[in-house]
Design a protein around this ligand. Structure first.
Ligand code: SAM
Ligand code: SF4
Length: 326
C-alpha cells in the first residue's frame, strides 16, 4: 500500500467522472455548468477509466468513489461500476450524486456492484431545496432514496451543507427523517473555494453548535474504524439512522487522510485545498502503461503536504468542488 512521509496510508480513490452538472447549487456552481472550452482536455473515455482503475488497483487501492460534477450524467456509469466490481482489489464501490435520476438508475447501479450511495440533499424543505440547488426535485430524490433503501446497499448517506440561517430548522427535519430510516445524514461545513468566498462568509456555520445540540438531545459519538473517514458520527437509541458532522477546519482533520483524488481529465490532486494537479493521463492509455502508475504515485505522494492551510486562510487553487468532486 502507498504510504507518505507522515506514514499515512492511501487506499481510497475519489474519481471525478465529469465536471458537468445539471444542478446549480449556490455554493458550488451558482451560474450552472458552462461547457468546457473545446481546446481544453476532454473527459477520460471509458477505456481510460478502465486503465486508471487497473493502475490504482495495482497500487493497492481498495475503495473507489465516483463523483463529479454529476457522475450520473455519464451514460457509461453502469459499465464503469461493473468494471470496478470485476477487479478483486476494489472491495468497496461508492457513488456521490445529487440523486436527480436515482429512481430510474439506482437498481442498475446496485446490480452492477455499487455498495455505497451518498446523495446530496441540502434541505428537506422543498422550497429551500429549490432555492439552494436551482432544481425543484426534492420529492423525486427522496422517493429515489426510499426505493434505494430496499435494494440492499451496504451504506446510504445524505450530505447536507450547513447553512447558518436554517441549520436549526433543518436539524429538526433531518432528525425526524432518520428516526425511521437507517441512513446517515452528514452535515458538511461550508468550505471556501476560489469562486465561493463571499457565499461562505455569508452562510458558514461551524458544526460545533450542532454537536452541542445533539449531545444535549442524548446523541452520543460512535466509535469508528480508522478507515471510517473524517466525519464525527453520532447515534441515539431511539433513532434508526445516524448523524455525521464533517468539520474540515477542526484540528487533526488531515492526520487520518487516506484518499487521493483524480479529476475527470486524469489529473491527480494530492489535497483538496492544495495548489496543483499532476497529470497522469499518459498512464491510462493502455493496461501496460497503467502498470507504471504505482511508482509514479509513490513519488508524487512525497509532495503531499502534512495538512491543509485553511486556518491560515489559504484555500489552495480549487475554483469550486464541481471541478474535482469534494
Ligand atoms: N454532484 C454530486 C453531488 O452533489 O453529490 C457530486 C459532486 S458534489 C461537488 C460533492 C459534494 O460536495 C456535495 O455533497 C456537495 O454538497 C459538496 N460541496 C460542494 N461545494 C461545497 C463547498 N463549498 N463546501 C462544502 N461542501 C461542498
Ligand atoms: Fe452539481 Fe453537486 Fe455542485 Fe450541486 S454540489 S452544483 S449537484 S456538482
Amino acid at each position: 500500500m502507498l504510504v507518505d512521509s507522515r506514514a499515512r496510508k492511501f487506499s481510497y480513490l475519489r474519481l471525478s467522472l465529469t465536471e458537468a452538472c445539471n444542478f446549480s447549487c449556490r455554493y458550488c456552481l451558482p451560474e450552472g455548468y458552462a461547457p468546457r472550452d473545446p481546446g481544453l482536455p476532454s473527459e477520460l473515455s471509458l477505456a481510460e477509466v478502465r486503465n486508471l482503475l487497473l493502475g490504482f488497483e495495482s497500487a493497492g487501492f481498495s475503495k473507489v468513489r465516483f463523483t463529479g460534477g454529476e457522475p450520473t450524467l455519464r451514460k457509461d456509469l453502469t459499465e464503469i461500476i461493473a468494471f470496478a466490481a470485476s477487479l478483486p482489489g476494489f472491495k468497496y464501490r461508492a457513488l456521490t450524486t445529487n440523486g436527480w435520476n436515482l429512481r430510474r438508475e439506482a437498481p442498475a447501479y446496485r446490480l452492477a456492484g455499487l455498495q455505497g450511495l451518498n446523495v446530496s440533499v441540502d434541505s428537506l424543505d422543498a422550497d429551500r431545496f429549490r432555492k439552494l440547488t436551482g432544481r425543484d426535485r426534492l420529492n423525486e430524490i427522496l422517493d429515489g432514496i426510499d426505493q434505494a433503501l430496499g435494494l440492499g446497499f451496504d451504506s446510504i448517506k445524505l450530505n447536507a451543507v450547513l447553512h447558518r440561517e436554517h441549520a436549526r430548522d433543518e436539524l429538526d427535519l433531518f432528525l425526524n427523517y432518520v428516526k425511521t430510516r437507517p441512513v446517515t445524514v452528514r452535515f458538511i461545513e461550508l468550505m471556501k473555494t476560489g469562486k465561493g468566498g463571499a457565499y461562505r462568509e455569508a452562510h458558514y456555520l461551524s458544526s460545533g453548535e450542532m454537536r452541542l445540540e445533539l449531545l444535549r438531545q442524548g446523541w452520543r459519538p460512535v466509535e469508528r474504524p480508522d478507515s471510517g473517514g473524517p466525519a464525527l458520527e453520532l447515534s441515539h437509541p431511539e433513532f434508526q439512522g445516524r448523524i455525521g458532522l464533517i468539520a474540515p477546519h477542526a484540528e487533526g482533520f488531515c492526520s487520518s487522510c487516506n484518499r487521493l483524488r483524480v479529476s475527470s481529465t486524469g489529473a491527480l490532486r494530492l489535497c483538496l485545498f492544495g495548489d496543483g494537479n499532476h497529470d497522469l493521463r499518459e498512464f491510462f492509455q493502455s493496461p501496460e502503461k497503467a502498470r507504471g502508475l504505482p511508482e509514479r504515485l509513490a513519488n508524487l505522494l512525497q509532495l503531499k503536504a502534512p495538512s491543509h492551510r485553511l486556518l491560515e486562510g489559504d484555500t489552495g487553487n480549487l475554483g469550486g468542488f464541481s471541478e474535482i468532486g469534494g
